[in-house]
Design a protein around this ligand. Structure first.
Ligand SMILES: NC(=O)c1ccc[n+]([C@@H]2O[C@H](COP(=O)([O-])OP(=O)(O)OC[C@H]3O[C@@H](n4cnc5c(N)ncnc54)[C@H](O)[C@@H]3O)[C@@H](O)[C@H]2O)c1
Length: 275
């Protein structure tokens, strides 16, 4: 499907940890479509060295940066503009982490130090990335910035824990920052609300497999894969979506607008259930 949708476009892709990562797939697809970009991840995530393989495959330089650290971001964005030879047309924020989820803390009894850290990594970092890019005037006119979100921002999903609150905040930042970035620089800012996807971050959620199957059974089109999410992200970076901004767009096979499906109902046909 390579048709040069992103030919001549430059960008930064945050969050490719391994080949399952959504950001990894976006990098592969963006490369296929002619984009040039810098890859980045937290220094600690580079230890496995997996990202080097992706860098070789896509001909991309790799610059470590903790997305919560303003100095790291300043260096990353300035160096990226220099390496790529011009302003950025796109940025992907594909970052999420909750220590409360990792440590199995119940939502009603959160550790607030963990909460603050997870909120900074998963949501505030999006503001920091855009704020640094804007201060450096690093985005080209009409550029596109995308972050990945999840429907737990709107509806309750037990087990998603404080990541639900982080995603609500993330989506709100897209709207609020998108207003100013749009007015001043014509830059688009959106979030893509993706189906559950088997990645390192995804499988960290309690009961993930059952959940994946449930969503598959509810969604008329089935769950959206990481590859499909990457295709959609590439489209959001392309010139075909120039007037879409400040939106949270569901990329979920129809899950978000489905009440019940026949497949799910079949599991509840036992007549004795209500007696
Ligand atoms: N997998 C799912 O089910 C799913 C569904 C909807 C949305 N998402 C979102 O997609 C995004 C990508 O997640 P994924 O599923 O590809 O998992 P992933 O684990 O492959 O990616 C998460 C990335 O965040 C990076 N990260 C963590 N802390 C960081 C920091 N301080 N600075 C910079 N990077 C940091 C990790 O190193 C990793 O590369 C996340 O925002 C996630 O919440 C995932």
């Amino acid at each position: 499907m390579a048709n040069n949708l992103l030919k001549g476009k430059r960008g930064i892709i945050f969050g490719a940890l391994d080949e399952h990562s959504i950001a990894w797939k976006v990098a592969e697809k963006a490369h296929e479509q002619g984009a040039e970009f810098v890859l980045t991840n937290a220094p600690i995530a580079m230890r496995m060295g997996e990202i080097n393989k992706l860098g070789e495959k896509t001909g991309s330089k790799i610059i470590p940066a903790d997305a919560t650290n303003l100095e790291d971001l300043e260096k990353l964005i300035a160096e990226s503009v220099e390496i790529l030879g011009g302003k950025l047309d796109f940025i992907l924020h594909s970052i999420g982490m909750s220590i409360n989820v990792r440590k199995g803390k119940h939502y009603t009894e959160l550790d607030y130090n963990y909460l603050t850290k997870g909120w900074d990594v998963s949501a505030v970092s999006f503001h920091k990335v855009m704020s640094v890019a804007k201060k450096q005037d690093a985005m080209a006119d009409g550029g596109s910035i995308v972050a990945l979100s999840y429907i737990a921002a709107q509806r309750s999903f037990p087990g998603y824990n404080d990541m639900a609150d982080n995603k609500s905040y993330l989506e709100s930042i897209a709207r609020s920052f998108g207003y100013y970035y749009g007015k001043e620089k014509g830059v688009r800012v959106n979030t893509i609300s993706q189906s559950p996807t088997p990645t390192t971050a995804g499988t960290g959620i309690k009961g993930f497999d059952g959940f994946l199957n449930f969503c598959e059974a509810i969604s008329p089109l089935g769950n959206a894969s990481a590859d499909e999410c990457a295709d959609f992200t590439v489209m959001m970076f392309s010139d075909f979506t120039k007037k879409i901004t400040m939106q949270n767009i569901f990329h979920d096979g129809g899950f978000s607008n489905t009440g019940i499906s026949e497949e799910v109902m079949e599991g509840f046909l036992d007549k004795n259930m209500n007696k």
